[in-house]
Design a protein around this ligand. Sequence first.
Ligand code: TYD
Ligand code: MG
Length: 456
Amino acid sequence: MAKSRYIYTCNQCGYESSKWNGKCPSCGAWNSFEEEEASPAASAGRSSSQSAHDLSDNILELEDIGVDSDVRYDTGIGELNRVLGGGLVKGSLVLLGGEPGIGKSTILLQICQFLGEEHSILYVSGEESARQIKLRAQRLGVDTENLYLLTSTDAESIAETIASSSPDIAIIDSIQTMSISRITSSPGSITQVRECTNLFMHTAKNQEIPIIIVGHVNKDGAIAGPKVMEHIVDAVLYFEGERHQSYRLLRAVKNRFGSTNEIGVFEMRDKGLHEVENPSQMLLAGRPHNVSGTCVACVMEGTRPILAEVQALAAKTSYAAPRRMATGFDFNRLNIIIAVLEKRLGIFLGSLDVYLNIVGGFRLDEPAGDLPVAIALYSAVMDRTVDEQLIAFGEIGLGGEIRSVSHITQRIREAERMGFTTCIVPKQSMSAVDPKDYSINIIPASSLKQAFGIIK
Ligand code: TYD
Ligand code: MG
């Protein structure tokens, strides 16, 4: 049977199929299949004229491989260095993803100022004209002499130019605008994105320079791109945050040269992105006084504890089924906590609408966030204020018990540093803590009932 000229690829997960599917059998996405010609992808592999040969001469002993001690470039932005695992690694390909308008081009232009002191940078833009970039650079106060601009969308020519002009660092903004002319599909399609990324990967490795690629993602992760690029590149950083709120979180999703737990916190101001060195202070600013339904939580973002305020509101419902809403907290988790409150503590919320919000657009994804959420709910339902100087953390089990969490000492230290006076911690975690070491009052609790007894 003649082989079909076309293959169909899911633009979400890269699943390939010989026929079009309405729903991807691999990732379950709907209407995500794109038609592409079978040949270009195949030609990226071995051409038929080449044959396999013995590579035993190329085998190296681990000991013999020399590594420069100075393989990381400091970007001049501490928060970015942290997320990268200590700086930009020579020869690495980094994907910076995020929704359009979140600040990807801005941060990349900003790092040029510091990097430009000692290194030459080639900034390739397929989205903006050189004039636009210049205007933005002026606004950001970037005036380094080592920054070179190129506006092009032809990936092969760009790779060629990088090889011939040999900059120390290259930036490609954005991968969705790049295309390889011999591939027929349009820029931004899955084939173009994958092949262009492969091309830049080779350039980065051959030239031994770091290349940063910008990739746009939609709210629902749609639009071909970042997902298929993730396994090609060395590091994937995602910029998150609400466009209408001023701060942004930079998160490593994958990093071959460091931990993926780290986050960087930035604030978008009129002169670009600024590092937020003390996120707890920012997230706790403007807390209301003497209001029921709030409690402070402590989450670990990588190695860094961050304090955030949990707010709950319980209002009499006017619907047959009460409303439940959670912003910044898992909806199902909220329902579980409500069920535990009802079943184990007899606090009934069946006639109340419940709204939960983590202040500042922050997400409380850790189990340690359960206890402050339960306390905020309790405080809202009972209309009792919680001591403003109190902080709590712990996972809640279905039996109403409070279970231990990790990094207990770091969390207590952060609460202490931010001036809190009381800290409710899981009793099980106390073995690792000597209360005498802290000036903060540490109260262990083994059940929700006990915790609620403390706050009233
Ligand atoms: P940008 O870096 O262009 O986003 P991306 O490259 O991720 O699409 O960010 C643009 C947004 O940031 C835009 O909404 C305006 C805002 N902004 C500021 O608030 N201050 C600034 O100094 C700059 C340069 C942009
Ligand atoms: Mg941009």
